[in-house]
Design a protein around this ligand. Sequence first.
Ligand SMILES: NC(=O)c1ccc[n+]([C@@H]2O[C@H](COP(=O)([O-])OP(=O)(O)OC[C@H]3O[C@@H](n4cnc5c(N)ncnc54)[C@H](OP(=O)(O)O)[C@@H]3O)[C@@H](O)[C@H]2O)c1
Length: 272
Amino acid sequence: MTKTVIITGASQGIGKATALLFARQNYDVVLAARQFDRLEATAAEIRELGREAIAISTDVKDPVQVENLIDKAIAHFGHIDVLINNASIYTLGPVEEFTLTDWQEAIATNLWGYIHTINALLPHFLERRSGTIVNVSSIGGINPIPYQVPYSTTKYAVTGLTKALHAELSPKGIQVCGIYPSFIRTHLMERGIFRGEDEETAHARYELVDKALHSPVLEKPEDVAQAIWSAVKYQRSEVLVGTAKLWTAAFHLFPSLMKSISRRVFGMKERQ
Ligand SMILES: NC(=O)c1ccc[n+]([C@@H]2O[C@H](COP(=O)([O-])OP(=O)(O)OC[C@H]3O[C@@H](n4cnc5c(N)ncnc54)[C@H](OP(=O)(O)O)[C@@H]3O)[C@@H](O)[C@H]2O)c1
């Protein structure tokens, strides 16, 4: 029987690269994100690879849309083997500049979005006594990086969610894995929330990280896709992708230095 994967945030970046890789590994794919035209373009690429793909426009913040995603996926393919929670947004700025609306947007997407899919799909996995849940976290979910507090809060929560789910569900035949990328060459900043003491500082902050994320020395979305594939194939409970190991070791060995460097880089004008 052909295996099936659901991927959120599959319209670009890591989600899209993962969808294409799973298709090359003979999976049928359910693609979810808000922008249907982008999803459909990826679905067309997957069909050209000889696999089946359906695109379902979904805002993961909305539990009703997520229920619809899971219902349609199961109705279409009959079964789901793997869920990859990946859709997220980034935040950067001094914590006092974020509004409650900014916090709510980050938590609704990055944490509730993951909970919505798990809640909707878990009965199917439990009934089959099989299934894999992959949650894409971040090095910001295992290391305290200043100036990205809402993002880090959600990613630490995803780390906790993942580890607790793993402890509970592995005896029931369900594999749970956390993926921890560092800085990856994607367009994550497109939907990011940037704040500063004024518009100019917020925009300078956006330009700083957007430029950094386009550096050719960074890892690619395909590297994270490969890490996700290995995690599913070899049933790993966590994978630190590439340089994430180095960053995490540096944060453990030199915590004050690393926090100080991050404050200098991300703090910009506000640090004085
Ligand atoms: N890039 C990095 O440096 C980096 C580092 C560490 C961890 N990560 C993690 O890797 C994952 C993927 O990031 P990426 O870099 O590939 O980002 P990306 O290029 O911005 O892709 C994010 C995807 O999420 C979707 N999305 C955003 N909000 C959504 C919502 N409310 N409902 C449904 N879909 C939504 C977007 O599509 P629509 O706008 O069409 O909905 C898009 O497909 C995220 O969890 C991120 O935190 C990235």
